[in-house]
Design a protein around this ligand. Structure first.
Ligand SMILES: Nc1nc2c(ncn2[C@@H]2O[C@H](COP(=O)(O)OP(=O)(O)OP(=O)(O)O)[C@@H](O)[C@H]2O)c(=O)[nH]1
Ligand SMILES: [Mg+2]
Length: 202
């Protein structure tokens, strides 16, 4: 086994969106947890998830504040991020209307962003149709998925998709990993087909 196979890389995934859309809840779910009464996030926090697939890496999920008064730090973390997840609440029209604000913030601070649009709270009465989310995602060239952090619906698919994106980049950046990545791609190809059916646009 070559030395570089044990190389550990940290990837940064940032979650942005209006206050109350469920960013903290999604980040907690990514670690297999859920808290019914989350406090509004002040500043920025992160959790780290270790991925053991070859090559192993750590993924940091950065949870930002949606409240305007706590947003001052967000640009610094957007600039430093590899993947940007924009979250809205499918039962909250305002949070959907504000998507463009969050996307523009990302575009302001991150050259060549890699953005994913997430409609959360699909367990709630819908005010935003799936096609509306998918149209916006298409317009900005984003991937799109609808989930429920509370009911744990499709959160695994979102996280799996993020991991696959990162693996693809590792493949491009470290082409000496070709054979290992091929292996991962092959073993996950069935799962990837499943995910495609949840990801409405990629
Ligand atoms: N019904 C439902 N409620 C959810 C879901 N996800 C989160 N919530 C609830 O929505 C509320 C806000 O969730 P948070 O995760 O704190 O929202 P946030 O985006 O982190 O908010 P800020 O930190 O203020 O930016 C909490 O009461 C959560 O329990 C979901 O999928 N469905
Ligand atoms: Mg929060």
């Amino acid at each position: 086994m070559s030395l570089s196979l044990s190389k550990k890389i940290v990837w940064k995934v940032i979650f942005v969106g209006d206050s109350g859309v469920g960013k903290t809840s999604i980040v907690l779910r990514s670690m297999g947890k859920f808290k019914k009464n989350t406090e509004s996030t002040i500043g920025v926090d992160y959790v780290t998830r270790h991925v053991s697939e070859n090559p192993p890496c750590d993924i940091q999920f950065w949870d930002t504040a949606g409240q305007e008064r706590f947003c001052a730090l967000n640009p610094m973390y957007i600039r430093d991020s590899d993947i940007q997840v924009v979250v809205y609440d499918i039962s909250n029209i305002q949070s959907f209307q504000n998507i463009s604000f969050w996307i523009e913030e990302i575009q302001k601070y991150r050259l060549e962003p890699r953005m994913i649009l997430v409609g959360n709270k699909i367990d709630q009465k819908r005010k935003i149709q799936q096609e509306q989310g998918s149209d916006i995602a298409k317009m900005y060239g984003m991937d799109f998925i609808e989930i429920s952090a509370m009911k744990n619906l499709y959160v695994d698919e979102l996280i799996h998709h993020i991991i696959q994106l990162i693996k693809k980049w590792e493949y491009i950046q470290n082409n000496h990993f070709v054979s290992n990545v091929d292996l991962v791609e092959k073993t996950t190809s069935n799962k990837k087909r499943e995910i495609k059916s949840y990801l409405l646009y990629c």
